[in-house]
Design a protein around this ligand. Sequence first.
Ligand code: ARG
Ligand code: ZN
Length: 393
Amino acid sequence: TLFQFSDQVLIITPETQEQVDILKNVTSQYETALWQPVSPVYMKEQAEVHLFVPGESFETEQVYSGFRVSLPNVNELIEMQTMNGTDPRSTSTFYERYHRLEDIYDWLNRTAHDNPRTVKTILVGSSHEKRPLYALKLSFSDRPNRKAMWIDCGIHAREWISPAFCLWFVHHVSTVKVEITDILNNMDVYVLPVMNPDGYKYTWTTNRMWRKNRAPSHNPKCVGVDLNRNFDANWCTEGALPYPCSEIYCGAFPESEPESRAVADFLREHKDSIQLYISIHSYSQMLLFPYSCTVEEAGNHNDLLEMVQEAARKIRTFYRSTYKYGAGAKTIYLAPGGSDDWAYDLGIKYSFTFELQDRGEYGFLLPPSRIGNACNEALTAVKTIALKVMEKT
Ligand code: ARG
Ligand code: ZN
């Protein structure tokens, strides 16, 4: 007989093609959410599958018995992520918490207001549901046409550590630390903290595991385009799908979505000054560079490899955590239509996607107590790479 499950995450490693097929079947048949890989099409033998199973799906017990359960109480974790300082004894600062979208908009205004000489807000576009896409421009100089770098966060809604990093980064820069001054004296920094505000909002109100944006399709049951499959880089080939119900739906055409078009337009307009592009995701602890849309090597593959290798080495030394690194297609999987590949082909030859903590212990539900550590690791990587880009350009 069946016992009552509460929500949980199962970590399963299929050994044979048959087990892969069973898992693909389970994920399409039941109310489960695949945490890793993002779509069943990526499942293969010997590759870990992380499966989020809501409590009511207890009939699937036969299928799951014997597999390792990693997160015994997902509800509690979600609560932990959204509580935010209702506990007066809590010592965590603003930057060590997750914030709802409205609070991030307030923070943007406050940050620009408090640092009038160095921080400006730029409206780069608006989302499908007409929310503004604000970037911050951090600049320590009034000279025009300076070199610059771009960082975006929150392409994927459920990856909450990503916007948290953008806030962390801006805070770190505007409270002026020595090494970062070197960088800021040489280049301007554009930071877009929430590239997918509609999706982010939705993860706070309705479905914590939402990934895509919130644009409706011709099928009323299936909403959203994967913004990181919507750029014009081998668009909608293997690793993306033309079906609106898929988590890796590429959209109707390249840049069909206002969020991806806004970023693409901004980068096109500033491509002569922007030399470094970084997109922040989670989870799995990886430092990736082009290409993800083809197994071919990028022209400056060795430069890029050297940069992420050095960044990973520093993270290992300072924080004792391991980051994998390499070209996207070889390190994880073919994933066309990504912003990093597109930016690279636009001419931004230092282009990266970081996958922050963790490696599956908490997955998307990284507890607030881990934000500081996760962000410091990513900050180390950003600084290391930015300094190297300055040397090379
Ligand atoms: N997990 C990310 C995704 O699936 C990886 C992004 C790597 N870059 C890329 N262009 N696909 O979107
Ligand atoms: Zn992502």
